[in-house]
Design a protein around this ligand. Structure first.
Ligand code: BGC
Length: 759
């Protein structure tokens, strides 16, 4: 009886004091009081993040997970969709468990909730931080309306290998741009006030270096120098931490021979001690259990190693829940370590305000209007138009006029299930706008749209099945490739213009979607060839989740618009750009190679001792290939517009700067075409001589500016010593005096150059 009274009084204290959340130490006190009430089992329960499985609304009590929740053995659940279901499960935790601790509800809200924005790689090509932040804000609003309080986003893994399918989920190859985007996303999800009911906790992932998997094969080994980690791969994770991200997800890969999930140097020394991260760390899906296959111990050993390394929460595998008691008894871990992990998770729940109101994200009235609303969809459509990259536009074939006959051909033309791309778990694919629908919406009866599929995704049925799991079918046509193609050519012959919608399906990128061949599949190429043979103008609308090797297409097709996967409104957005209602302004955030053999290919490479210099390929005893030049097809930062921009010469405010000064680099940019348009003006730096070798160019600034036709603007960038600093071989961060080159231009290749001295 006495014990019950004590618990009751303590709980009152926990709940009432939690209202004053602005006082951080009060949260710490509440966490401490709560931990004192908890049994060891209950503490381990907080570290447990099982997957929800599915249950029908009204059946939560009978679901597999219910008993565990009632016993306090669950800290959170993820990927349950629907506010009603979440309310039911939360009710079990706060009404039936002894200590009434609310649950976290996580989800992979990666690029939108039901209103789906472009895949992250596409979104990054907007180079528009406000837009990116808004997309995360809308995603948070929709998800929180539906009961979700935690998202496993942003994914900020730098990726320089186009074979790796998860390149689609990040912001490309550049640490500077990646860091800006990481910050924008975290701020978009979390807003200024995590206790509000329309913000959610963000989880930056996958910490760390997941994008550097050997040979681009997913989950594969990573082996990297520390200097490269700090300079090229760590910055976006750190930027998310600096922006106040609430949680971090450990990656699947190993680092220095130790999987990230149990890597103490990574999780504790770097993340918590060097960067000052205060939130909690969750494993990736069965990340703890997978260390058994990595070969560093049995489940008990790897679970203890993970805790010892600083990992707090175990996603799905229940290794911590089922083995840590034994490890504690055997003296392999301490109860203080369990308390720390449990405390960090409880603290996140306090910060979210869940102890004040565990149902704060479950307001039925709010749910009716906030999700997939007209205004959110309009934002997603406008955002998608800004993610598209115009790669080629010979003789200004685009924009096309509304009129005559437009032939739409290709396996991605009438494929609404694929428009959202990878990771859109909350979306209803049937509501997405296909390109066919988008064109019809746009032209009404001003032009005639004729459609034929033209080819399957792959001629080989097995390859197509591998590329279309999860119900994102492309409605395979059973006829022969020749028959399907000939039908398309017949209708294309009578058209005024042909739009070929080809490339990858949504699931050809994303998790476990590595490719060893990054070209457009042969059967689709055959279709393109046949369409070009008609002599009609062909516009290639390229769907892809990765940089593709499209050298042949660049050489042979007159116009190429890369549309990635534009989200739920993709079809309308593509039509907006094809017909010129919106002038494309996207710029690539990954280099497009000529062939897979050049990969990894990225602009910020080192020079080597035997660079090609100004000489052209091929030169014996120089760093190049026998059979292909070193050039990409499209460099980082590349993207055309319906108008044309010209750049003047760089003016520097001074030619010498000291470490306490700054320097201004200015340039005149002119829109010399006849359309208004946006340009992303890019600033790169080269540290000519260093104590360690430095990249030939590094992005250090950019501005996306609107120009009226004919308008000239003077663009200025301020360069501080921080922009010239880097991690040296002892991993200290700082600058080194000497000569620097500064480049400004429309992409990483086509730039103007100046020089200055840092004293
Ligand atoms: C992925 C994560 C994701 C998690 C939960 C894993 O397979 O690697 O990115 O957040 O599943 O769905």
């Amino acid at each position: 009886m006495k014990a019950a009274l004590f618990i009751f009084l303590s709980l009152i204290l926990v709940i009432s004091c939690s209202k004053k959340q602005s006082d951080k130490s009060r949260i710490d006190q509440r966490v401490d009081s709560l931990i004192h009430l908890m049994t060891l089992e209950e503490k381990l329960g907080q570290l447990n993040l099982p997957s929800a499985g599915d249950f029908v609304t009204g059946q939560a009590e009978n679901s597999n997970i219910a008993k565990k929740i009632e016993k306090g053995l669950v800290g959170g659940l993820f990927n349950i969709k629907s506010q009603k279901k979440i309310r039911e499960v939360q009710k079990l935790a706060v009404e039936k468990s002894r200590l009434k601790i609310p649950l976290l509800f996580g989800m992979d809200v990666i690029h939108g909730y039901e209103t789906v924005f472009p895949i992250p790689l596409g979104l990054s090509c907007s180079w528009d931080m406000d837009l990116i932040k808004r997309s995360a804000r809308i995603a948070a609003q929709e998800a929180s309306t539906d009961g979700i309080n935690w998202t496993f986003s942003p994914m900020v893994d730098i990726a320089r290998d186009a074979r790796w399918g998860r390149i689609a989920e990040g912001s490309g190859e550049d640490p500077y741009l990646g860091s800006q985007i990481a910050k924008a996303m975290v701020q978009g999800y979390q807003g200024d006030d995590l206790t509000a009911n329309n913000t959610i906790m963000s989880c930056v992932k996958h910490y760390a270096l997941y994008g550097a998997a050997e040979a681009g094969r997913d989950y594969n080994t990573v082996d990297m120098s520390r200097i490269r980690m700090y300079n090229d791969y760590f910055p976006p994770y750190k930027a998310a931490v600096d922006a106040g991200v609430g949680s971090v997800m450990a990656s699947f890969n190993e680092i220095d021979g130790i999987p990230a999930t149990a890597n103490k140097w990574l999780l504790t020394d770097v993340l918590r001690q060097q960067w000052g991260f205060k939130g909690f760390i969750v494993s990736d899906y069965t990340g703890i259990n997978e260390m058994v296959a990595h070969g560093i111990g049995d489940l008990q050993t790897v679970s203890a190693k993970a805790l010892d390394a600083g990992l707090d929460m175990d996603m799905v595998g229940e290794g911590m829940l089922t083995t840590l008691q034994k490890s504690l008894k055997e003296g392999k871990i301490t109860e203080a370590q369990i308390d720390d992990a449990c405390g960090r998770i409880l603290k996140a729940k306090f910060k979210l305000g869940l102890f004040d109101d565990p149902y704060k994200y479950c307001d039925e009235n709010r749910a009716k209007s906030g999700i997939f609303s007209e205004s959110n969809r309009a934002e997603a459509r406008a955002t998608a138009t800004k993610s598209f990259v115009l790669l080629k536009n010979k003789n200004n074939l685009l924009p096309i006029k509304k009129g005559g006959i437009i032939a739409l051909v290709g396996p991605l033309a009438d494929a609404k299930e694929n428009m959202t791309g990878t990771w859109a778990v909350a979306a209803d694919y049937s509501k997405s706008i296909s390109l066919l629908k988008g064109l019809q919406n746009e032209v009404g009866d001003e032009a005639k749209i004729v459609y034929a599929k033209g080819s399957n995704l792959y001629e080989d049925e097995i390859l197509e099945a591998n590329a279309t799991p999860f119900g994102k079918t492309l409605h395979r046509d059973k006829r022969s490739a020749d028959a399907i193609r000939e039908e398309a050519v017949r209708i294309a012959r009578n058209a005024d213009v042909i739009i070929a919608a080809v490339g990858e399906s949504a699931e050809m990128s994303g998790e476990a979607s590595s490719r060893s061949d990054i070209e457009i599949p042969d059967t689709q190429k055959d279709l393109l060839k046949a369409l070009l043979k008609t002599g009609k103008p062909v516009v290639l609308v390229l769907f892809t989740g990765r940089p593709l090797a499209i050298k042949w297409e660049e050489e042979n097709v007159p116009a190429i618009l890369n549309v990635w996967f534009g989200g739920s409104e993709a079809g309308d957005a593509i039509a907006d750009v094809l017909f010129g209602d919106v002038n494309p302004s996207g710029k690539l955030t990954t280099t497009f190679p000529q062939n897979v053999g050049q990969v990894p290919l990225y602009y910020a490479h080192k020079n080597t001792g035997r660079p090609l210099g100004d000489a052209k390929w091929f030169q014996k005893f120089r760093s190049n290939y026998l059979d292909v030049s070193n050039d990409p097809v499209y460099p980082f930062g590349f993207g055309l517009s319906y108008t044309e921009f010209s750049y003047g010469e760089i003016r520097l405010s001074v030619n010498e700067m000291s470490s306490t000064d700054s320097l201004t680099a200015s340039i005149d940019v002119t829109n010399k075409g006849s359309h208004d348009g946006d340009e992303v003006v890019q600033l790169y730096i080269h540290d000519v001589v260093g104590s360690v070798t430095r990249p030939v160019k590094e992005l250090k600034g950019f501005k996306k500016i609107h120009f009226k036709a004919g308008e000239t603007k003077s663009m200025s960038f301020t360069i501080h010593v921080n922009d010239l600093s880097f991690y040296k071989s002892d991993l200290s961060f700082g600058y080194e005096p000497g000569k620097f080159e500064v480049f400004i231009g429309t992409n990483s290749r086509d730039v103007k150059k100046a020089e200055f001295i840092l004293k």
